[in-house]
Design a protein around this ligand. Structure first.
Ligand SMILES: [Zn+2]
Length: 382
């Protein structure tokens, strides 16, 4: 049985080696191929089918008559090999491309991961920054508070210094006033001492005003600076002594009569009586006053008596000596003595004590003027 090569169309002699036939023997005509040859043909058939694209005459192929010769098969295999190599190199190239792509992907992934890390880092940084900003704000607030506190402290300090300064200037003024008062007292006292031999009034009503509180026969008038309140026991008694002084002056001065005023010296319970029209008003000079208004009316009445006796003495002296003016140390204008109201107020005890001192000094003036008047009167009588 002969076959034709589907490629080169040459007759194909079946290889003996591929058969079980003994060497050198042809396959006889019209004889069916033996199993080995059949296997051979089947294998070739499979190959032809497989490589049909490489066989231009494949359409002529019939397995009963055609096969492929060894040479053509070899050539085809060579071509296929080439193709395979080509494909392989393509595959390799693709693989390389893939590898590069993979690497790129990996790199991208890494970058993405890095980006994530960066994001995390950035987020952390942002948190830190926010925290820092918050802390800064906190510190700013704290600074602001401190600033306010400092301003407050400075204000307090300034107030303190201002108060200290005010206090010091007050103290200075007080000292000045005290020194001035001391000089006045000394002058008057010297004069009185000179007249003491013939005038005993100064001994009977002895007034001192060289301390913070004026005293009448050693009884204090008003409140000591450090004391909580007025020493009323002594003040009432001292006021009584002054009422007595005015009463003595009225009694000793010829023709002197207080106008619309009567004095009732009764020690610590002395009174002054004021006549208005047909009515008389009685004021007790006793403290602490139950009625400040009434107590002050009593004080004003005493002040009025002072003005009246002063008017009497100064006019007499002006006649006797033609000197003067025989003024008070502390001028009386209305209800004020030396610019201070002769008014008791439970919340202004230091002020009241101060004005009582002025009043006491004026009393000392009166004693002096009275002594002077008496001397000149005696002289004139002699
Ligand atoms: Zn062939």
């Amino acid at each position: 049985m002969s076959y034709i090569c589907v490629n080169c169309e040459k007759a194909v002699i079946l290889d003996v080696a591929a058969t079980n036939a003994p060497e050198g023997t042809d396959i006889p005509e019209n004889q069916a191929p033996n199993p080995s040859q059949q296997e051979f043909l089947q294998l070739r058939d499979e190959l032809i089918q497989e490589f049909k694209e490489f066989l231009p005459n494949f359409h002529k192929y019939k397995p009963e008559t055609h096969t492929i010769c060894e040479s053509c098969l070899h050539n085809i295999m060579k071509d296929i090999e080439k193709d395979i190599n080509l494909e392989e190199s393509k595959i390799n190239s693709m693989a390389q491309d893939n590898k590069r792509l993979d690497e790129d992907i990996k790199k991208t992934e890494q970058k993405l991961e890095h980006g994530k890390i960066n994001e995390a880092v950035e987020s952390k940084l942002r948190q830190d920054l926010n925290s820092v900003i918050a802390k800064e704000q906190e510190q700013k607030n704290e600074l602001e508070e401190l600033g306010k506190l400092q301003i407050s402290c400075e204000t307090t300090e300034q107030t303190y210094w201002e108060e200290t300064l005010t206090f010091e200037s007050k103290l200075f003024l007080l000292n000045e006033r005290k020194n001035s008062v001391n000089r006045q007292i000394k002058e008057i006292q010297n004069e009185i001492d000179r007249l003491n031999r013939i005038n005993i009034l100064n001994d009977i009503i002895h007034i001192t005003a060289d301390h913070e509180v004026a005293k009448v026969n050693d009884l204090q008038l008003g409140k000591k600076f450090n004391a909580g309140t007025v020493n009323w026991g002594e003040t009432n008694a001292a006021l009584g002594q002054l009422v007595l002084l005015f009463a003595i002056l009225e009694f000793k001065c010829p023709g002197m009569k207080y106008e619309k005023i009567r004095l009732k010296p009764q020690g610590s319970f002395s009174e002054v009586i004021r006549f208005t029209h047909d009515r008389e008003e009685r004021y007790e000079l006793v403290g602490p006053p139950k009625d400040e208004l009434r107590f002050n009316f009593g004080l004003f009445t005493l002040l009025e008596a002072m003005t009246q006796i002063h008017h009497y003495l100064s006019s007499k002296l002006a006649q006797q000596i033609q000197g003067g003016p025989y003024d008070f140390q502390h001028k009386i204008i209305g209800e004020n003595i030396g610019g201070l109201p002769f008014r008791y107020h439970s919340s202004k005890l230091d002020k009241w004590t101060e004005v009582l001192k002025y009043f006491a000094i004026n009393c000392k003036n009166l004693i002096y003027y009275f002594s002077l008047y008496q001397i000149n009167r005696q002289k004139n009588l002699e």
